[in-house]
Write a protein that binds this ligand. Sequence first.
Ligand code: MG
Ligand code: MG
Length: 265
Amino acid sequence: MIFLKTEEEIALMRAANQLVGKTLGEVAKLIKPGVTTNELTRVAEEFIRDNGAIPTFKGYPNQDNVPFPAALCTSVNEMVVHGIPNDEPLKEGDIVSVDCGTLLNGYNGDSAYTFCVGEVSPEVRNLLKVTKESLYLGIEQAVAGKRLGDIGYAVQTYCENHGYGVVREFVGHGIGREMHEDPCVPNYGKRGYGTQLKKGMCLAIEPMITMGSRQIQMDRDGWGVRTRDHKPAAHFEHTVAVYQGKAEILSSFDFIAQVLGDKEF
Ligand code: MG
Ligand code: MG
């Protein structure tokens, strides 16, 4: 069942998602060779709680009821999504996807950004650039009257035309009072197919794009998702509200941009 949000609810969604954006901005300040992903999640959790919100990911159960142990998913290099933070220092040339969720006043925020650690190879920087661009192409399709397949088609064709793989097993989602609501929002699809989008739908759109094959494998911890060929993967996510004509992006990369300046990729 898809819940359409009122303007009052969208205002609450905006607040939760802006807090996610600010949290990612705090994380951006810390990313450099030598920092550990445990340090990133510690700072993020404190920032979220200081702002009166709950880090939704912490304790979130997977299908086997294994709770996620941290406030952030931190997915390094070949890890696609859902990486558990650890004490291994990030290295020059790594990339790290940081995915963050907050629950504020009963509504959820969810957004992710893939960061470069120091100097990253041009090939990998291009993967990040194309994945981020595909997110915005997907968002362009997230307007009332279009269909879910239009979003997936836009992301898929753009990424595949660059020779990249589009992960099928994990997808975007509706979001609201629950972090994961209907509908599923695949990053692949057919133009003009799927559920019709309506004003008031809130969607987390999140391309997960691989440099090589799109095949993935699960870690034994029940969470980590890696590329099977161990090539890098990128992940960018915004939460948006569907309107007539143009979606509103409720989350924000502005706080990240303030930190990174022109050193984005
Ligand atoms: Mg997310
Ligand atoms: Mg999400």
